[in-house]
Ligand binder design. Sequence first.
Ligand code: C5P
Length: 396
Amino acid sequence: MLKGKHIILGISGGIAAYKSVHLLRLLRKAGAEVQVVITPAGKEFITPVTLSSLSGKPVISEFFTANTGQWNSHVDLGLWADAMVIAPATACTLAKMATGVADNMLVTTYLSAKAKVFAAPAMDLDMYRHPSTARNLDTLRADGVTLIEPAEGYLASGLTGKGRMEEPEEIVKVIEAWMDASASLKGKKILVTAGPTHENIDPVRFIGNYSSGKMGYALAGECAARGAEVCLVSGPVSLPVPDGDIRRIEVTSAAEMHAACLREFPGMDAAIMCAAVADYAPAVCSDSKIKRETTGEITLRLVPNPDIAASLGAIKTPEQKLIGFALETDNEHANALSKLRRKNLDFIVLNSLRDPLAGFGKDTNKVTVIAATGEEKSFPAKSKTLVAADIIDFTL
Ligand code: C5P
């Protein structure tokens, strides 16, 4: 998995830096190209000569190389890398990463890195337990850093407890597992719908719903992170396009979303219908703003919108997978199942509006995924990013 991969090994100043030499050897043995970036304190624990000999590249520590005046570009380095692993990550380096204190090459490179970042904390047990460290670790987790938790054991301080840097073999396994997952959808084309639709009443008013698009965008991001080529058909939301190979088609109404999906679906391996599509649209949309003074009381006549998921279900080939969502208030399971059959879906993701950690606008969700085969799996409440990973693991 690591053959030919570009990895930045960030070393900060902790006694566990001696283990980074072994980590570097393991990464090289697995076929990775490794660029070592070390903090000034790191050099007190391990010499750059050892590291450059083993990596086959000069070790980077300063912004400028003293004898040549050459600028070491953290931006280029950040773009070069497929992954960055900071091991050991001291309390100080973790704090700087969490707060963006870019006063050395390691943290500056971290801030520039577009790649996946892993950090293996190493410190004394009391430092690890301190609320300040816990806060910084929470921030880093939320920022998408994968923390490779320290193990329990004998510490350099003479104490025994949690804070020992995880063994290099385990760190490599975590990176390999991630590389494995990140290539699992390589070559696949996936259509994702997200967000609400807006059905215009007149030029300034619409019928909409509370969908934020967060779940659909998380799914699009996770598919892309696993190497898929994603087409994201999005209703009106205020979310940036996630990183990766994602082509966003912005639509407003259900009719526009329907047309875009019918056009895109034939080339796809799978479609995930996460959008909260309005069931009805006004039969007529007024060309000019409806005025209370001149119009008085009005009755809106609504006509049903096309069912996009069902339209795709009607044309899907045996090779294509179709995944829908259900948000139910009553008889959740039975309603989700009948929806799965009616729309000819392969899977339906059921999220209950009644759960306080699920639903519109939230950053968390709690889902049960039901397969057409009858198999099903319920997951605990998690961030929408992790829910996206669960859904993809189960369905694709
Ligand atoms: O029928 P209901 O709206 O509850 O079904 C929800 C599922 O169907 C979701 O996957 C949603 O994206 C999809 N859907 C659709 N077109 C509609 C209505 C719902 O694709 N007009």
